[in-house]
Design a protein around this ligand. Structure first.
Ligand code: 13P
Ligand code: SF4
Length: 319
């Protein structure tokens, strides 16, 4: 505990000295999220993080999350320095969608608009017409479908299928998945629901179809927090990364939050859903963020210019 307190006070002091602000995702550990809150920084979903960073006057943005979030911050604010506790924190969706095969896939269907999830590399974003996050994906695809546009969607196959069903858009799907959400299992969730029959079931749309089918509410991280607060149920079962419980419990202090099981058997969680890359954002690395020289985000100039176009559309669409 002493060591943690030491890291915390060091970080508070360094943020001030370097005119820096800490921006954390809901899936990082509570001690990172609370530090962002206490230092005038921000905790939110990937779209809110992007907007907050772009608008904030600090010279340096510290992004606690995964690499695509740091790259998005840098592309939106090229004049700012963007640091991360570690650049090793990636995402299975980003890893599962390398630019060469994805670009070939797009080339094979030149009549289609390319819409990609924010969980992608700068190069994939540069190849896209639109970038979306889960909080605006359905609305953007509805808007494009109304104009009769045909779509290539990547990389998350579950989110793609969910949007397709919601909007009726004509979409070709890249076959990527999130290793965290892909682990929620139907039988185990049904058993969990039997244990808590009064509970509402909240599901992130990166989850498989049979999990989404059991949901009372499907939405992005911020939308799930809002639903936990607003639904009348006293208990909620949540199928997303357990890091979200920190802010969800703040928003709904009187509710009992239950994480959906991932182990494939049994009704309660054994190896609770927690992203291995989000977990890499630890206090110790954060306290060294200014002294190391291997954790600054740089994006190739040409790629950044191209990726800025669909990213700007993302930010503007949500306004
Ligand atoms: P949100 O856009 O809902 O924050 O999701 C990002 C993410 O990585 C989900 O796994
Ligand atoms: Fe990527 Fe899934 Fe981790 Fe989100 S939870 S960063 S989608 S691997």
């Amino acid at each position: 505990a002493d060591e943690k307190n030491h890291h915390r006070s060091l970080i508070v002091e360094l943020l001030k000295r370097h005119n820096a602000v800490l921006i954390a995702h809901y899936y990082t550990d509570p001690e990172i999220q609370s530090l962002a809150e206490e230092t005038g920084g921000f905790v939110g979903d990937s779209l809110e993080m992007a907007k907050f960073g772009a608008r904030h006057p600090a010279e340096t943005l510290i992004i606690a999350g995964v690499k695509f979030m740091g790259e998005t911050a840098k592309i939106l604010s090229p004049e700012k320095r963007v640091l991360m506790p570690t650049l090793e924190a990636t995402c299975s969706l980003d890893l599962g969608c390398p630019i060469e095969p994805f670009s070939e896939f797009c080339d094979q269907h030149p009549d289609r608009e390319v819409v990609v999830y924010a969980n992608t590399s700068a190069a994939v974003k540069a190849r896209a017409d639109w970038v979306v996050t889960s909080s605006i994906a359905v609305d953007v695809l509805e808007y494009l479908a109304e104009q009769g546009k045909k779509i290539i969607w990547g990389p998350d196959k579950h989110l793609g299928r969910y949007i397709q069903q919601k909007t009726g858009a004509d979409m070709l799907l890249w076959q990527g998945a999130c290793i965290v959400h892909d682990e929620f299992k139907f039988n185990a969730l049904e058993q969990c629901m039997a244990l808590y029959p009064e509970a509402a079931v909240l599901v992130h749309p990166e989850s498989p179809q049979n999990i989404v089918d059991l949901a009372d509410f499907v939405g992005s991280t911020s939308q799930l927090i809002k639903a936990a607060k607003e639904l009348p149920n006293k208990q909620v079962i949540v199928a997303t990364d357990k890091g979200i419980f920190y802010k969800m419990q703040q928003a709904a202090p009187e509710k009992e939050l239950i994480i959906a099981p991932t182990a494939g058997e049994g009704a309660t969680c054994r190896s609770c859903a927690h992203c291995p890359w989000m977990k890499m954002n630890v206090l110790q690395l954060l306290s060294q963020v200014f002294e190391r020289d291997d954790n600054e985000i740089f994006v190739d100039h040409d790629l950044a210019e191209k990726a800025l176009i669909p990213l700007q559309k993302m930010v503007n669409f949500a306004n």
